[in-house]
Design a protein around this ligand. Structure first.
Ligand SMILES: [Zn+2]
Length: 303
């Protein structure tokens, strides 16, 4: 790809990042009580110059004011603690609770460790309550107090890839740009992210959803591939509840997987066995009816 495409690629990547951050945050906040691990969250999505490829890095630095390993605010969803405190995309976090974060080296190749260490320090500070966060916004330095709130204790990461996949490793959830981009609305994105979060809620570790269908990674512990259909069905069911609890429309799930099946599945992954898109959609519609009945009866939306 020529370097002339870089600004467009970065803009597209950023737009997807913001969408994924917004939907993931809403799912995570609304379903905190169901998650096996919780944490005090600012609800922001962070990035750093050192995470970007050599090609995109100079653009990311000039566009977002990023610097080395220092965390920049990529997204601060409207209902998040970060947004309520006054933080916004483009802010560069330089201090937390009076302690300077580390800029690190300005490496040539993408590096994750320094940024991850800064994020770990932010999370540790937030775990004990409101934190004074100092940021650089253009030429100005200012401080805000972020009062965190309970959310699911997992991170969501958007990975640049043409493959249509998502996976969960028990602590983090990964979704490819191709799959996130296939979702045409926040409700559709919540179908995918809700399904992955459901694997987390259900305690399915090391889960790999290729082309929207689960496949276990080799965990070295047990072979659960024989039960993959069962676990996928569970994740679809619980995922739809998580989506509904977060205020998204459970009615989009069945049409979404039908469209996904028609436009992608057989073309890209004909070799894998899977429940047909039609079967999957029919089961999801049954769960939708169940959810609507609970709502009508004023019952709690618990799977
Ligand atoms: Zn799955």
């Amino acid at each position: 790809m020529s370097s002339g495409d870089a600004p467009a690629r970065l803009a597209a990547l950023t737009a997807l990042d913001e969408r994924v951050a917004r939907v993931a945050f809403q799912l995570s906040k609304a379903n905190a009580s169901l998650c096996p691990e919780q944490r005090q969250s600012a609800g922001w999505s962070l990035h750093a110059a050192n995470l970007y490829s050599r090609e995109l890095r100079p653009l990311a630095e000039s566009r977002f004011g990023l610097d080395g390993d220092l965390p920049g605010v990529l997204a601060a969803p409207p209902a998040s603690a970060a947004a309520r405190a006054g933080l916004r995309p483009g802010d560069l976090i330089v201090e937390a609770a009076g302690q300077a974060l580390t800029r690190g080296s300005t490496v040539r190749e993408p590096a994750y460790d320094g940024f991850a260490a800064n994020v770990a320090r932010l999370d540790a500070a937030l775990a004990s309550g409101p934190v004074e966060i100092t940021i650089r916004r253009g030429d100005r330095v200012s401080s805000f107090v972020v009062g965190p709130e309970l959310a699911c204790g997992y991170d969501v990461q958007l990975n640049p890839s043409d493959e249509l996949n998502a996976r969960a490793d028990g602590r983090r959830l990964f979704i490819s740009t191709a799959l996130a981009g296939f979702a045409q609305s926040d409700d559709e994105l919540a179908v995918i992210l809700g399904h992955e979060l459901a694997h987390h809620v259900l305690g399915h570790r090391e889960w790999d959803d290729v082309g929207g269908v689960g496949r276990t990674q080799n965990t070295g512990r047990e072979d659960v591939s024989g039960g993959a259909g069962g676990k996928e069905q569970q994740a679809d069911r619980v995922g739809l509840y998580l989506l509904a609890r977060a205020g998204y429309d459970p009615g989009v799930a069945a049409p979404f997987w039908r469209r996904f099946g028609e436009s992608n599945w057989r073309v890209r992954y004909p070799q894998l066995e899977h429940a047909s898109a039609g079967t999957r959609a029919r089961r999801l519609d049954e769960v939708r009816v169940e959810i609507e009945a609970k709502r009508a009866a004023g019952e709690a939306l618990l799977p």
